[in-house]
Design a protein around this ligand. Structure first.
Ligand SMILES: Cc1cc2nc3c(=O)[nH]c(=O)nc-3n(C[C@H](O)[C@H](O)[C@H](O)COP(=O)(O)OP(=O)(O)OC[C@H]3O[C@@H](n4cnc5c(N)ncnc54)[C@H](O)[C@@H]3O)c2cc1C
Length: 451
């Protein structure tokens, strides 16, 4: 059988951008996706996408911003609310509500225009090895098990992590490549068409609700003037109360806010989202993990679309460097680890630390912060424009808290800020080669303790 330079397993956001980046330099890329060709890109999602990744795609490849049928609505604001919609803060957060299928299909066409072959209905089942080197995949297509060889295999298969699960134990360098229930949320969402225009124009709203344990939340996102994308996330390590289903919880929380008598349900679905920083190393001899297969999701907001696009680009760049050397060992692909740990890795690790504080605070503590205006709207803007938990921001909070009597909040916040600062530094000091990895990993486990 024919050979590819790179095989990409999955044609969602992370896969398609990996393919575009590599094919743009003239290499032969094949995307294999288990979905039929015309359905690749479709996904149950909140559909929110911030501006960072589309800006990058425009700058690097001239890919136009989402528009027309790909853009049910632009986003201008993000609102955080707590307990009820009375306690809330709104900040500027430019971005997009995208039609996942239409936008995803356009990106696939860009990949094809650069020579990428896209094979739908192709479910990857196994890897082909030569010694400790991954050199291709085995996939089911039209009832037959087929083989395709390549220099590199990129796992862009999303939450399931098809390739990741097939990596042999001795090649894992002590990294646990499973995602625990503690670091996963289950989701359910509906897209609804209302009788009348809604009041969430260009807005996305995240609600920390008393009935949903944090890190879970409810969301109400605009999806055009008469449509909303509404849903809930629920921590997978906590059973649903009284044997309820997530759909029942969704109705209990959201029906008082968006009356079901006023809408028709156009689409419903859900899924699981990993909410932890990326795996500590994302490269193996002949393979890389991108997007959700590598856990590129912001732990606090559960946004994974933009980080997945960006990780696809960074992985593609590392593959191009390896192509020049024609060597695809872990060390040859290591620059991907280094780049991705700066962004989104460091931001997501800091977000994970902040999330532990938010969990401890709970919805009522959050309301307290909002009511006392401890986090100002300008400071929220600062976070959402820089997409960074900058120390200036946290130190401002600390200064205001000093004047308040809630000493336990102050103490815990002070500890969180110190941890955030150290975490940021640690991810930015990711080793240049695999040689110093174990020392880095051990310190990461102490600083950000999870597995
Ligand atoms: C309900 C819900 C709401 C969300 N809301 C938001 C949001 O509002 N904003 C945001 O930024 N993120 C959101 N996310 C997360 C976001 O959808 C994902 O992080 C993002 O799609 C990940 O992109 P990906 O390319 O890594 O994987 P995916 O988009 O999951 O794509 C993976 C692809 O791999 C294919 N595949 C899987 N296994 C195989 C196999 N064995 N062989 C071949 N192909 C395979 C699949 O068919 C699929 O096409 C949400 C997720 C859910 C579930």
């Amino acid at each position: 059988m024919d050979r590819a330079d790179a095989i990409v397993v999955g044609g969602g956001p992370s896969g398609v951008i990996s393919a575009i980046t590599i094919a743009d330099a003239g290499y032969r890329v094949v995307i294999l996706d288990k979905k039929s060709r015309e359905k690749i890109g479709n996904k149950s999602c909140g559909d929110a996408l911030d501006h960072i990744a589309p800006d990058l795609l425009k700058e690097k490849f001239g890919i136009e911003y989402p528009s027309g049928s790909e853009l049910p609505s632009p986003i201008e604001y993000i609102t955080f609310a707590s307990q009820s919609l009375q306690n809330k803060m709104t900040a500027n957060a430019p971005g997009y509500i995208v039609h996942r299928l239409n936008y995803g299909q356009r990106l696939l066409k860009v990949a094809e225009s650069k020579g990428t072959e896209i094979i739908g209905g192709a479910k990857v089942r196994d890897l082909i090895w030569e010694g400790d080197q991954i050199v291709g995949v085995k996939f089911h297509k039209d009832g037959e098990l087929q083989e395709l060889k390549s220099n590199v295999v990129i796992d862009a298969s999303g939450y399931v992590g098809t390739v990741r699960k097939l990596i042999r134990g001795e090649l894992k360098q002590g990294v646990d490549y499973s995602v625990s229930n503690d670091n996963t949320v289950a989701t359910y969402r509906e897209i609804v068409r209302l009788d009348q225009e809604h009041s969430y124009k260009n807005e996305i709203l995240l609600l920390y609700h008393d009935s949903i344990p944090i890190p879970g939340y409810a969301w109400i996102f605009t999806d055009g003037s008469k449509q909303l994308n509404i849903g809930v996330t629920w921590p997978k390590n906590i059973p649903y109360p009284d044997n309820k289903s997530l759909k029942q919880i969704y109705h209990e929380v959201l029906d008082p806010l968006v009356d079901p008598k006023t809408y028709e349900v156009l689409d419903s679905g859900g899924g699981q989202i990993p909410i932890r920083p990326p795996f500590d190393s994302l490269v193996f001899n002949g393979a890389l993990l991108v997007g959700e297969a590598g856990c590129m999701v912001d732990p606090t907001t559960a946004e994974g679309h933009g980080p997945s696009l960006i990780s696809g680009y960074l992985a593609g760049k590392a593959v191009l460097d390896a192509m020049k050397k024609q060597s695809f060992r872990k060390a040859d692909l290591w620059s991907y680890n280094k780049e991705v740990m700066k962004y989104p890795g460091s931001t997501h690790a800091m977000s994970y630390q902040a999330l532990q504080f938010i969990k401890w605070l709970g919805p009522s503590g959050f309301s307290f912060l909002f009511r006392r205006k401890i986090i100002s709207e300008e400071e929220l803007i600062e976070i959402f424009q820089t997409r960074d938990f900058t120390l200036t921001f946290w130190n401002k909070i600390l200064k205001v808290l000093k004047t308040l009597p809630r000493v336990s909040i102050l103490l815990n916040l002070r500890k969180t800020i110190a941890l955030i600062e150290e975490t940021d530094k640690h991810y930015r000091e990711y080793p240049d080669s695999p040689d110093n990895f174990i020392g880095w990993l051990n310190k990461r486990k102490r600083l950000v303790p999870f597995d």
